[in-house]
Design a protein around this ligand. Structure first.
Ligand code: AMP
Length: 403
């Protein structure tokens, strides 16, 4: 494995796997975060005097066309990215309308230093998601150096994200800057953390977070549990949770987790009180109650004031913080206060020297909603990939480069 920042790309063709799976409406890109994220990597290659061949997937063309025959491959084209990226880079971006055709091979071969070529959607070929070796080898021939900058797909053993790496020697395959940042942040939290290490785990279902909590039991000092998943713990302990979210079939497991934590000396903190509602709706009537004494007909949709104080105190003493999953139904204004207070506490701890990583789906949406993304140490863009990393799984996209 080589290091992107120290590699000199002069006169080399960098074949970069990016994640340009951006939202597009009527041919217009509505959120360019992922394109912006890839720019530093692309610019570094160009500045070195190299050329860039970009490959990405967009949507799930073959699966969607099977379900909706009125769709065609053209509905999944990466073409709208061409002028957009061209504008951002201030150069004309070339396009090959098939990622492994003769035309793609020719355009890649004729690419001059300073030029950029985008290949059409990799998932036009079923071989991409199948991790087909022949397909991966054909792609590999297009470039001299392989750069993986698509952390969001690092948990997939696809042709362009993992299998392709075997066709490049160790000094010609590397992570791009975006991916390097994600891997470094994840490794810092899971393997090089400073104690006290607090993990804040929220969201809807405990079943989605079991594997992460189990991993954290060997690493964290404190685990804060909020969101809908907390009520399964309260019910398992004999509490009254009204109509709050609960996975009855996971209650034994919740008790087992609490027991394991105690054995390992990890403090699990459940929210002492909750903001409760008479229905799951933005205009519901609300009140507050102890989380294990929720009246019949009511449901806990956010953590309460006592819980906020309890959690903020722990966060303020932490040197490492991982946050995955909101504390309540933050999408509705009445139930956003818990997640907002936690986001502010994480930002404050970060200001005082803690390392904080917000990763995985809705907690990222929460810090963005509260405009605090730049007040934490790192916000991960790789939802599923980051979750699998924290579950202790080896990500094929990382392993393929490191091997
Ligand atoms: P997850 O994807 O598992 O992190 O779950 C995120 C979702 O959990 C968000 O859409 C929240 O609205 C939802 N959520 C958080 N707290 C609760 C709660 N107390 N009851 C129901 N849903 C919740």
């Amino acid at each position: 494995m080589s290091t992107f920042s120290t590699h000199n790309f002069a006169n080399q063709k960098a074949l970069i796997r990016v994640d340009f799976n951006v939202p597009v409406k009527n041919g217009v890109i509505t959120d360019d975060t992922r394109i912006q994220g890839a720019l530093p990597t692309i610019k570094k290659v160009l500045a070195d005097g190299g050329s860039v061949i970009l490959m990405s997937h967009w949507g799930r063309p073959l699966k969607d066309i099977e379900k909706k025959p009125n769709l065609t491959l053209a509905d999944f084209s990466l073409k709208p990215v061409v002028p957009y990226l061209g504008n951002l880079l201030g150069i004309e971006v070339q396009f090959a309308d098939d990622c492994i055709s003769e035309d793609a091979v020719k355009k890649a071969a004729e690419l001059k230093p300073g030029q950029v070529l985008l290949l059409e959607n990799l998932r036009y070929y079923k071989q991409e998601e199948k991790g087909d070796k022949e397909f991966a080898e054909k792609l590999s021939k297009l470039g001299d150096v392989y750069v993986n900058d698509a952390f969001g797909t690092a948990h997939r053993a696809h042709a362009s994200t993992a299998v392709i790496a075997q066709f490049f020697p160790g000094d010609k395959k590397m992570f791009g800057l975006l991916m390097e940042g994600e891997v470094m942040a994840a490794e810092k939290v899971m393997h090089n953390n400073q104690k006290p290490f607090t993990a804040i785990i929220g969201g809807a279902k405990v079943s989605d977070k079991i594997l992460i909590i189990e991993q954290l039991l060997d690493r964290a000092t404190d685990i804060i549990i909020g969101g809908g998943m907390a009520y399964t713990f309260f019910k398992a302990e004999g509490g009254q949770i009204g109509n709050s979210l609960c996975e009855d079939d996971r209650m034994d497991m919740a008790i087992a987790l609490l027991k394991k934590a105690e054995e390992k000396g990890v403090c699990i903190h459940l929210p002492a009180d909750s903001i409760i509602a008479d229905k799951f709706a933005a205009d519901a009537d609300t009140s507050s109650s102890l989380s294990n004494e929720i009246p019949a007909g009511w449901m806990g949709l956010d953590i309460g004031q006592m819980a906020i104080a309890q959690f903020c105190k722990i966060i303020s003493k932490s040197k490492t913080i991982l946050w995955n999953g909101p504390m309540g139904v933050f999408e509705m204004d009445k139930f956003q206060h818990g997640s907002k207070a936690i986001a502010l506490a994480v930002a404050e701890a970060t200001k005082h020297g803690a390392y904080s990583l917000v990763g995985g789906g809705d907690s990222v949406a929460a810090v963005n909603k509260f405009a605090l993304a730049d007040k934490v140490s790192y916000v991960s863009t790789g939802g599923g990939a980051m979750l699998e990393y924290f579950e202790g799984k080896e990500l094929p996209g990382i392993a393929a480069i490191k091997d």
